[in-house]
Design a protein around this ligand. Structure first.
Ligand SMILES: [Mg+2]
Length: 361
């Protein structure tokens, strides 16, 4: 059914911002009165005369509030309200809800720390003011209720209050999500920062332990970076860090992999469900990619261009170990790469054995 026009209102005029209210009542006269009352408050209104149509419109239009008659034939308001609780409207899945770092692949357990899909409030309209109906309304997931005959002032106030609260709630969630993003991001490179690296590594280490899957780590360090800063200044150094960060990120493709700025000129890549050999292949691509960018580096003793030394390690997380052990191992690889002439990849597979040279420039 049609969306009603908006009369005499001071709410924003673009339809994107004007809250949408879905009015559901089987009685056409009553429904019309409610629609008029809600439209008068400045909201967009949509209407349905039964529960099934309500569910369809809800899915398609993602209203901000549902005004739901409790007593209707076929599917009553209580049953309809229960079903609404389990529906995620397709139009409600906007980008602002998309998880930035934690994008689980099919084997991964759901982590909903960044999920903010809020339930749409339902205001139940009941002809029955007995305790049982009130309980049933709340049990079905309703946010509040009004009784028939409708006290119009009460209805208007409740509608306004619920929409304002829901609006505030959404803004707060957006602000929280942005704060979380900022707190997890390195401002210079826009990669995950060290804090996020530690959180994600802990989480993925434990998950791979439970799933009995390997996890690998790549540690990269820009060769002669101090000399780079001395030659090109700190602004030049910052530019170099940004270019290297973007180039590393481009070689890492699976959504569950995480590229982080680990320290000053050190970068790390966490590769869950990935063995050491595959990780070494990725590390080699990163190493070759950076060299092929031909970023001038007059202070380097091993090349005319910016190069990376890279250490790689992978393991099956075992009882009594933690991710720090894998960092230690990858760090041995990095140390060997530095000692072995830089611009190269070394795989550390055992803390007592010499590292394996994968490549050298
Ligand atoms: Mg009715």
């Amino acid at each position: 059914m049609a969306v009603e026009g908006i009369e005499g209102t001071d709410v924003p005029t673009t339809t994107e911002q004007v809250p949408l209210v879905l009015v559901v009542d089987d009685d056409p006269i009553m429904r019309n009165l409610i629609v008029q009352a809600v439209a008068k408050e400045g909201y967009r209104v949509m209407q349905a005369d039964n529960g099934a149509e309500c569910l369809t419109l809800f899915r398609e239009h993602a209203p901000d509030l549902v005004l739901l008659d409790a007593v209707m034939p076929v599917m009553d308001g209580f049953a309809c309200c229960s079903q609404l609780q389990n529906i995620t409207p397709t139009t409600a899945l906007t980008n602002e809800h998309v998880v930035e770092f934690v994008t689980p692949d099919s084997t991964e357990e759901s982590e909903d720390e960044y999920e903010f899909q809020e339930k749409t409030p339902v205001l139940m309209i009941t002809g029955l003011d007995d305790d049982e109906s009130v309980d049933r309304a709340f049990d079905a997931g309703a946010s509040d209720y009004v009784t028939k005959p409708i006290h119009w002032k009460v209805l208007r106030r409740r509608v306004n209050r619920i929409i304002q609260q829901s609006h505030l709630h959404k803004n707060l969630e957006k602000a929280n999500a942005e704060l979380n993003r900022l707190a997890s991001t390195d401002s210079l490179t826009q990669l995950a920062n060290r804090k996020r690296f530690d959180e994600y590594f802990t989480q993925q280490w434990n998950l791979m332990h439970r799933l009995d899957k390997e996890i690998s780590l790549i540690l990269c360090d820009i060769d002669f970076f101090k000399q780079f800063n001395d030659t090109y200044g700190h602004q030049g150094g910052d530019r170099c860090l940004r270019v290297v960060a973007a180039a590393i990120a481009k070689q890492v493709h699976r959504p569950s992999d995480l590229v982080a700025r680990y320290g000053g000129e050190e970068f790390a890549v966490i590769l869950p469900n990935c063995g050491a050999k595959d990780a070494a292949d990725i590390a080699l691509k990163i190493c070759q990619r950076i060299e092929s960018l031909e970023m001038e580096h007059k202070g380097s003793e091993v090349s005319d261009f910016v190069t990376l030394s890279i250490g790689v390690a992978g393991c099956l997380p075992a009882m009594g170990q933690d991710y720090q052990d894998l960092i230690g191992l990858a760090d041995r690889g990095l140390y060997s790469a530095k000692e072995g002439g830089k611009n190269g990849v070394y795989l550390a597979y055992d803390e007592h054995e010499p590292c394996l040279q994968i490549s050298s420039g």
